[in-house]
Design a binder for this molecule. Structure first.
Ligand code: ZN
Length: 256
């Protein structure tokens, strides 16, 4: 088993190389580029350069798609815009040689669970068709969500993986906020693929679920590392406000 640790951010294009070198020096082998407020790497030359540097330094790149995505909107136009946002990430992600584009799949709105599931599944299949058409290798990864009333339970995401062969992002902080506990055994049995993409951090939550991410408590790191499956390749992106130091903490603890 290998675990790759890294932060949820690369920062601006002009300092990307330095940042990657800094991560490498710390022993980190993953980095998620945050396009959460929009795709900010526009120039393909820049993307190529960043991708090459990451490969050279043995750092796995991934992308977090913009927050403004709802694959289950009642408005067709909003669904199309959401699909385009994910595909825009795939396009530049392919040049970056990123493995996955993580995204928040959508909301129930007035719809029932099954209808929401079907709509999101169909949108994923359509996005995958486009990816295939372009011969891209990048995969899309719906994320487990932290709020109780939002689509994205571990069961829903696992079912999407089974039925569309998409990738996935298990956010363990979100799972805790949503279910008030983390049933590791259930998660291990639900997600069969060999490669896991995960998010992790400390979290503050209420009855309704996620409130905000906080620094990752050491005992939470230990709990996670003790309970991850032993036969997989796992990427853990840390999303705490102190994501670089927290990633290094996790790495040190894993190495023992
Ligand atoms: Zn996310």
């Amino acid at each position: 088993m290998v675990i790759y640790f890294g932060p949820a951010g690369l920062g601006p294009v002009k300092t990307a190389t330095e940042r990657l070198e800094e991560y490498h020096k710390l022993g980190l082998k993953a980095c998620e580029i945050a396009f959460t407020y929009g795709v900010y790497i526009h120039n393909e030359k820049d993307a190529e350069e960043i991708g090459k540097t990451a490969k050279k330094l043995d750092i796995n790149l991934s992308i977090h798609a913009p927050y403004w995505i709802n694959l289950n909107s009642e408005e067709k136009k909003k669904v199309e815009e959401s699909k385009k946002r994910i595909l825009d990430c795939c396009k530049i992600g392919e040049v970056l040689q990123a493995d996955v584009v993580v995204f928040h799949p959508g909301y129930y709105g007035k719809m029932k669970e099954e209808e929401t599931y079907e709509n999101i599944k169909n949108a994923i299949l359509e996005i995958q068709k486009e990816i295939k058409k372009h011969n891209w290798k990048i995969k899309i990864a719906p994320e487990t969500m932290g709020k109780v009333n939002v689509f994205g339970s571990i069961e829903q995401i696992a079912k999407l993986v089974e039925e569309t062969n998409c990738s996935f992002c298990i956010d363990f902080a979100h799972v805790l906020a949503r279910e008030k506990k983390v049933d590791y055994e259930k998660i291990r049995s639900l997600f069969k693929p060999e490669k896991w993409h995960c998010h992790f951090s400390g979290i503050v939550y209420s009855e309704k679920g996620e409130r905000h991410h906080i620094k990752t408590p050491k005992e939470k790191w230990k709990e996670l590392l003790d309970n991850l499956p032993k036969n997989k390749d796992i990427i853990i992106i840390n999303e705490s406000p102190d994501m670089i130091n927290d990633s290094v903490d996790g790495l040190k603890m894993w190495k023992g």
